[in-house]
Design a binder for this molecule. Structure first.
Ligand code: ADE
Ligand code: ZN
Length: 336
């Protein structure tokens, strides 16, 4: 299967952290612009640091990256750069995570989210990409801080799609944030939650019990047949990130990565990039890395639209776009 097919295939990206899309050149440029000292002197030194033993080690680097972002303009540029790369990889809809807690006391939340939302509006016109934002609460912090975050972002409620939970998973289960999810639901947000990346399948259960509508990663659920049935029966999608799981040593190899098995068992699964430059690839690179047939990749692209929080008409249009693309390609059989 060619990388060109994966790149041209229309798709939705549902699991990407904007702060994690900082390319090494931009990281250095923002650092110089904002007078931030970093332990690296060149983009190549940054690239050399992209090697981790686990999620915790990665998060240290990720939070250091956040320190170079200091203004509304920075967030606008960051988002525009990601959306251009995503468009070149076939992304028609991007539901993006932003975590304002990393910037509190330093960059006003109106500038963080305002810069992102302005870039989304520009990209809708310039690139035809339909963008949306989910605000992430960091799970190593308290639930009280997560609840406070909901108050802080309240003025932008109508411009935001949803909320999620990210950061250091083990020891910070979804049940710790049950009131956060309940309050976010009451305010009308769509609910996502990182679970089952390094944490056990039980964390995925807790997220479902908290009313979460989409699970980010969910890798460890794949080994729990009862949970797989529950995900299928409740129609809760997983946003899986193969290159992230490989680089964070959740898996040793992608040879037996369970995405297609879960799909065949009736779970809605999509393929995503998480923090693309940090893990060696954008979304189409993640599709390509799976070594699947073109028909299987097309099935995953359809699921990416089904798993999105887009209005039903846009989901249907996304699936039609996949079908039209597949129909324009020679020798692509249908996969269920
Ligand atoms: N924040 C950015 N990337 C993340 C990941 N892979 N898991 C949890 N939180 C994150
Ligand atoms: Zn993530």
């Amino acid at each position: 299967m060619s990388a060109a097919f994966a790149e041209a295939l229309p798709k939705a990206e549902l699991h990407v952290h904007l702060e994690g899309t900082l390319e090494p050149d931009d990281l250095m440029r923002f650092a110089a612009r904002n007078g931030v000292d970093l332990p690296w002197r060149t983009p190549d030194e940054v690239r050399a640091a992209y090697s981790y033993t686990d999620l915790g080690e990665f998060l240290q680097l990720y939070y250091m990256g956040c320190t170079v972002l200091a203004s509304r303009t920075d967030f606008h540029e960051l988002t525009t750069a990601y959306l251009h790369r995503a468009a070149a990889q076939g992304v028609r809809r991007a539901e993006m995570f932003v975590s304002p807690q990393s910037f509190m006391g330093r960059v006003p939340v109106a500038d963080v989210l305002g810069g992102v939302l302005d870039a989304i509006a520009d990209a809708r016109t310039d690139l035809g990409v339909d963008g949306a934002v989910l605000v992430i609460a960091q799970r190593h912090r308290t639930e009280a801080e997560a609840l406070e975050l909901l108050d802080v972002i309240a003025p932008l409620r109508e411009s935001l799609l949803g909320v999620g939970l990210g950061g250091a998973e083990v020891g910070n289960p979804p049940s710790k944030f049950a009131r956060f999810f309940a309050d976010a639901r009451r305010r009308g947000y769509r609910l996502a939650c990182h679970a089952g990346e390094e944490g056990p399948a039980e964390y995925v259960r807790e997220a479902l019990d908290a009313g979460v509508e989409r699970i980010d990663h969910g890798y460890t659920a794949a080994a729990d047949p009862a949970l797989v049935r529950r995900l299928r029966d409740e129609g809760v999608p997983l946003t899986m990130c193969p290159l992230s799981n490989l680089r964070l040593r959740v898996v040793d190899t992608l040879d037996d990565y369970p995405v297609m098995r879960l799909h065949d068992e009736g779970v809605v699964v999509s393929v995503n990039s998480d923090d693309p430059p940090c893990f060696g690839g954008y979304v189409a690179d993640n599709y390509t890395a799976l070594g699947l047939s073109t028909a299987q990749l097309a099935a995953l692209a359809r699921s990416s639209f089904s798993a999105s929080f887009a209005p039903a008409g846009d989901v249907a249009a996304g699936i039609v776009a996949v079908d039209a693309f597949v129909g324009s390609q020679p020798n692509v059989a249908d996969a269920p």
